[in-house]
Design a protein around this ligand. Structure first.
Ligand SMILES: NC(=O)c1ccc[n+]([C@@H]2O[C@H](COP(=O)([O-])OP(=O)(O)OC[C@H]3O[C@@H](n4cnc5c(N)ncnc54)[C@H](O)[C@@H]3O)[C@@H](O)[C@H]2O)c1
Ligand SMILES: N[C@@H](CCC=O)C(=O)O
Length: 558
């Protein structure tokens, strides 16, 4: 194909957020799609291989967490033989996909961004609200805005990578870098809690010319299915992203099968730490045994035990409001969710201080169906998440923790857990250490004279290092604490909550047990799914270097 120009993609901006205020056109638009979707329940979701629906003999359901008697969809489970044929067909499609001119691959995903932003915005949001328990605000920032941002900014980042070329050329030589996709297929294993993450984990490798086998979460199948439909409609070739759902019961053997394929070249995972560790181990063993063609790339973003440090100099109203959002928005089911607070004893105890304000604000939170507009909080993901939250609350009580509010749940219709605050005197108690992934916040009040020890506690209490925030109005405190906590969070915030990273603004990801810190929403993640080839082209031979235009070194002359 001839080159007819060096094209520059459109300038990239964050997708403007819609607010869904009463009487707004967006509220009416979303409501109408939600109503229609509820009237059409349940949907049927097949596997999609080579762009075609494949039904299997084994089906499962995605339950609606706010009304568990109903389900959003029945999905067909992929089995291992379908997995094998999907991998073979994806590999067969790879040559043509990686050879497609960059501007065409870019155009396909820019078109997908427009489809999410416009035609499918309310449908993908409604699927996320019904299936994953998000209210309109949370669905907007995830399924609409973040997914669009991942796609548009991704095109920009890949453009930047392709433009990065060796800075020097010797006389008569042209050096170039070619950014090859990986040799084999990339396996994307994605979580329930962010529709955007499901799409992004496939998009990142795919836009670089890789082919992808996607195992979505059983808790997000329908929204992920819509994402896949959008990719196909935008022009992603049929076999480039294969959509293969399965249940969590069959996931261990299904995933192991994919990882044992000799052409497995990369894992793009987001989910819990223990699952990632088990996959990492499997890959490491097989790599050590020389079972793969190369050394697979392993990218995983996992759990967190995220913290707010509230210094005595903090502006208390801001610290409280940000803490309420960070701990309880989306029921504490963001990997970034706040789950431990270290607060100055002075600020906690003073009248109208952190404690008084926090409890007063939490009283105002409405918990209920995410499709009713007034509810700030909805249900947790399912029965296991419900039981887990309540069992941690019980364990905290058994350890001597004081429940300041909440502490109860109701699963008669949906899986509701009240926003819960536990006050602990033991900074290393269980709920200060382990990820709960529910609306459960534990608070440790430190003596103001113990600030240094508190920094050590934050750093050493949990194995994670995902997000954290420092609230203070004293610059020297901020500088000191931030430096001391250098490895305690991959995303640190100053006087701002620890959730809500925005693509293109705060690259997202943590280290320690929280993941490989490859930073979703930034350019660096794309480098993980590329294998660069250095090219040196010589226009002049050894002219000017070899003796008499031959091969001899001038330094050999005597
Ligand atoms: N750091 C981040 O960017 C980030 C973002 C979102 C979620 N998370 C983390 O994800 C977790 C919540 O998501 P989740 O509940 O979907 O996680 P999960 O680990 O249960 O599931 C993630 C994926 O792994 C699959 N899976 C589950 N068990 C498996 C097994 N034994 N073997 C192979 N595959 C298996 C699931 O089907 C799903 O596709 C939390 O720990 C949260 O902190 C992290
Ligand atoms: N990137 C999101 C969290 C994603 C994980 O669940 C945030 O910053 O709140």
């Amino acid at each position: 194909m001839s080159t007819l120009g060096l094209f520059t993609p459109p300038v990239v901006q964050n997708e403007p957020l819609r607010h869904y205020a009463p009487g707004s056109p967006e509220r009416a638009g979303l409501q109408s799609v939600l109503t229609k979707m509820q009237q059409s329940l349940p949907f049927e979701v097949p596997c999609i291989v080579n762009g075609k629906p494949v039904k299997s003999s084994s089906t499962a359901t995605q339950v609606i967490p706010h009304d568990h008697a109903k389900h959003l969809c029945t999905y067909h489970e992929a089995d291992e033989s379908l997995l094998n044929s999907a991998i073979s067909d994806a590999l067969a499609a790879k040559k043509e996909w990686e050879s497609m001119p960059w501007n065409d691959r870019a155009a396909i995903f820019l078109k997908a961004a427009e489809l999410v932003s416009g035609k499918y915005r309310y449908e993908i949001m409604a699927a996320t609200m019904l299936g994953q328990g998000k209210n309109a605000w949370q669905a907007e920032i995830d399924a609409a805005a973040e997914l669009v941002d991942f796609l548009r900014f991704g095109v920009h980042y890949v453009e930047e990578i392709y433009k990065t070329q060796p800075p020097r050329n010797a006389a008569g030589v042209w050096n170039r870098t070619e950014y090859r996709p990986l040799e084999g297929f990339v396996f994307a294993v994605t979580p329930f809690n962010f529709t955007a993450i499901g799409g992004n984990l496939c998009f990142v490798p795919a836009i670089l010319g890789n082919v992808v086998v996607w195992k979505p979460s059983p808790g997000a199948v329908y929204a992920n299915y819509i994402t896949h439909k959008i990719f196909l409609e935008a022009g992603v070739p049929p076999s480039v992203i294969q959509f293969l759902p399965c249940t969590n019961d069959t996931a261990p053997s299904f995933v192991a099968k994919a990882l044992s394929h000799p052409s497995f070249a990369g894992l793009h995972f987001t989910g819990s730490t223990h699952v990632f560790r088990s996959l990492y181990k499997e890959i490491a063993i097989r790599t050590g045994e020389g079972k793969y063609k190369g050394y697979p790339r392993v990218v995983g973003e996992t759990g967190g035990k995220n913290w707010h440090l509230v210094h005595e100099s903090a502006e208390v109203k801001n610290a409280v409001n940000q803490s309420v959002r960070a701990a309880f928005e989306y029921q504490g089911q963001k990997c970034s969710a706040l789950s431990r607070v270290y607060v100055s004893s002075y600020l906690w105890n003073k009248q109208g201080g952190f404690k008084d304000l926090l409890l007063a604000e939490i009283k105002k939170i409405k918990v209920g169906s995410p499709i009713e507009w007034e509810n700030f909080m909805g249900p947790v993901a399912g029965k296991p998440a419900y039981t887990k939250s309540l069992s941690y609350i019980q364990k905290a009580k058994d350890e001597g923790g004081e429940i300041l509010c909440g502490g109860t749940g109701d699963d008669s219709k949906g899986y509701y857990v009240q926003p819960t605050v536990i006050l602990t005197k033991d900074p290393k108690s269980l709920t200060m250490r382990e990820e709960i992934f529910g609306p459960v916040l534990t608070i440790y009040v430190y003596e103001d004279t113990d600030f240094e020890k508190t920094l050590d506690l934050i750093d050493e209490t949990s194995e994670y290092g995902l997000t954290g925030s420092i609230f203070t109005s004293t610059r020297s405190v901020l500088i000191h604490a931030s430096h001391r906590l250098i490895n305690a969070a991959g995303n640190i915030y100053y006087n701002e909550k620890c959730t809500g990273a925005v693509v293109g603004q705060q690259p997202f990801g943590g280290s320690r047990a929280s993941g490989t810190c490859d930073k979703a929403g930034s350019g660096s993640i794309f480098g993980r799914f590329l294998s660069a080839r250095s090219v040196k082209e010589n226009f002049v031979g050894l002219e000017g270097e070899g003796v008499d235009g031959g091969w001899g070194y001038p330094s050999n002359l005597v």
